[in-house]
Design a binder for this molecule. Structure first.
Ligand code: SF4
Ligand code: SF4
Length: 114
Protein backbone atom coordinates (compact mmCIF):
# COMPACT_ATOMS: atom_id res chain seq x y z
CA UNK A 1 0.00 0.00 0.00
CA UNK A 2 1.19 3.50 -0.88
CA UNK A 3 1.93 5.76 2.09
CA UNK A 4 2.38 8.90 0.03
CA UNK A 5 0.23 11.09 -2.15
CA UNK A 6 1.79 12.63 -5.24
CA UNK A 7 -1.26 14.88 -5.65
CA UNK A 8 -0.26 16.70 -2.42
CA UNK A 9 3.40 17.10 -3.42
CA UNK A 10 5.03 19.71 -5.67
CA UNK A 11 6.89 16.96 -7.54
CA UNK A 12 10.21 16.79 -5.79
CA UNK A 13 11.21 13.66 -7.72
CA UNK A 14 10.73 15.60 -10.98
CA UNK A 15 13.49 17.98 -9.82
CA UNK A 16 16.17 15.31 -9.93
CA UNK A 17 18.85 16.60 -12.30
CA UNK A 18 19.32 13.18 -13.87
CA UNK A 19 16.06 11.67 -15.12
CA UNK A 20 17.23 8.85 -17.33
CA UNK A 21 15.42 7.72 -20.43
CA UNK A 22 15.94 4.53 -22.40
CA UNK A 23 15.55 4.08 -26.15
CA UNK A 24 12.09 2.66 -25.44
CA UNK A 25 11.16 5.72 -23.37
CA UNK A 26 12.22 8.00 -26.22
CA UNK A 27 10.19 5.92 -28.69
CA UNK A 28 7.11 6.25 -26.43
CA UNK A 29 7.55 10.02 -26.13
CA UNK A 30 8.09 10.27 -29.89
CA UNK A 31 4.81 8.42 -30.53
CA UNK A 32 3.00 10.60 -27.98
CA UNK A 33 4.11 13.79 -29.74
CA UNK A 34 3.92 12.39 -33.28
CA UNK A 35 7.60 13.00 -34.02
CA UNK A 36 10.53 10.75 -34.90
CA UNK A 37 12.74 9.21 -32.23
CA UNK A 38 15.59 11.44 -33.42
CA UNK A 39 13.43 14.54 -33.05
CA UNK A 40 12.25 13.42 -29.61
CA UNK A 41 15.79 12.78 -28.45
CA UNK A 42 16.90 16.21 -29.68
CA UNK A 43 13.90 18.06 -28.20
CA UNK A 44 13.42 16.28 -24.91
CA UNK A 45 16.86 15.13 -23.81
CA UNK A 46 20.11 16.86 -23.02
CA UNK A 47 21.70 14.60 -25.63
CA UNK A 48 22.84 12.17 -22.95
CA UNK A 49 19.61 10.21 -22.39
CA UNK A 50 18.61 12.60 -19.58
CA UNK A 51 15.41 14.64 -19.79
CA UNK A 52 15.78 18.37 -20.29
CA UNK A 53 14.88 20.73 -17.46
CA UNK A 54 13.10 24.07 -17.11
CA UNK A 55 13.52 26.73 -14.42
CA UNK A 56 11.13 26.30 -11.51
CA UNK A 57 9.56 28.50 -8.81
CA UNK A 58 9.84 25.91 -6.01
CA UNK A 59 12.95 23.92 -6.88
CA UNK A 60 15.95 25.22 -8.86
CA UNK A 61 14.74 23.41 -11.94
CA UNK A 62 12.41 20.57 -12.85
CA UNK A 63 11.79 18.21 -15.76
CA UNK A 64 10.53 20.05 -18.85
CA UNK A 65 7.32 18.01 -18.70
CA UNK A 66 6.21 19.10 -15.22
CA UNK A 67 3.31 21.58 -15.30
CA UNK A 68 4.49 24.48 -13.12
CA UNK A 69 0.98 25.37 -12.01
CA UNK A 70 -0.68 22.03 -11.34
CA UNK A 71 2.61 20.27 -10.43
CA UNK A 72 1.48 17.30 -12.52
CA UNK A 73 3.24 15.40 -15.28
CA UNK A 74 2.05 16.58 -18.70
CA UNK A 75 3.10 13.33 -20.39
CA UNK A 76 1.79 10.99 -17.71
CA UNK A 77 0.69 8.25 -20.13
CA UNK A 78 4.01 8.45 -21.96
CA UNK A 79 6.30 9.10 -18.99
CA UNK A 80 9.62 7.22 -18.80
CA UNK A 81 10.00 3.93 -16.96
CA UNK A 82 12.06 5.50 -14.18
CA UNK A 83 9.12 7.80 -13.33
CA UNK A 84 6.74 4.83 -13.27
CA UNK A 85 8.96 2.96 -10.82
CA UNK A 86 9.85 5.79 -8.43
CA UNK A 87 10.06 5.57 -5.40
CA UNK A 88 9.94 1.78 -5.78
CA UNK A 89 8.82 1.47 -2.15
CA UNK A 90 5.57 1.93 -0.16
CA UNK A 91 7.08 5.12 1.29
CA UNK A 92 8.52 8.26 -0.25
CA UNK A 93 11.14 10.11 1.82
CA UNK A 94 10.21 13.54 0.50
CA UNK A 95 6.53 12.98 1.21
CA UNK A 96 7.38 11.88 4.78
CA UNK A 97 9.27 15.17 5.18
CA UNK A 98 6.34 17.19 3.81
CA UNK A 99 3.86 15.39 6.03
CA UNK A 100 6.01 15.87 9.11
CA UNK A 101 6.61 19.60 8.47
CA UNK A 102 2.96 20.28 7.58
CA UNK A 103 1.88 18.73 10.89
CA UNK A 104 4.77 20.20 12.91
CA UNK A 105 4.25 23.74 11.59
CA UNK A 106 0.46 23.45 11.69
CA UNK A 107 0.51 24.58 8.07
CA UNK A 108 -1.10 22.16 5.62
CA UNK A 109 0.09 24.45 2.82
CA UNK A 110 3.78 24.23 3.69
CA UNK A 111 5.39 24.14 0.22
CA UNK A 112 2.13 24.98 -1.46
CA UNK A 113 1.41 23.53 -4.86
CA UNK A 114 0.02 26.77 -6.33
S1 SF4 B 1 8.49 13.13 -4.36
FE1 SF4 B 1 7.25 11.36 -3.70
S2 SF4 B 1 5.20 12.16 -3.22
FE2 SF4 B 1 6.31 13.70 -4.43
S3 SF4 B 1 5.66 13.34 -6.55
FE3 SF4 B 1 7.58 12.19 -6.20
S4 SF4 B 1 6.92 10.14 -5.55
FE4 SF4 B 1 5.15 11.49 -5.35
S1 SF4 C 1 8.35 12.81 -17.21
FE1 SF4 C 1 6.72 13.45 -15.84
S2 SF4 C 1 6.92 12.17 -14.00
FE2 SF4 C 1 8.85 12.02 -15.16
S3 SF4 C 1 10.20 13.57 -14.26
FE3 SF4 C 1 9.15 14.50 -16.00
S4 SF4 C 1 7.32 15.51 -15.16
FE4 SF4 C 1 8.11 14.05 -13.62
Amino acid sequence: MKNYSCSKCPGYCCSYPEIEVTKGDIARLAKHFGVTAEQAEARFTKGTRLLRHQKDRIFDSVCMFLDQKTRRCTVYEARPGVCREYPDSPRCGYYEFLKFERTHQGDPKFIALT
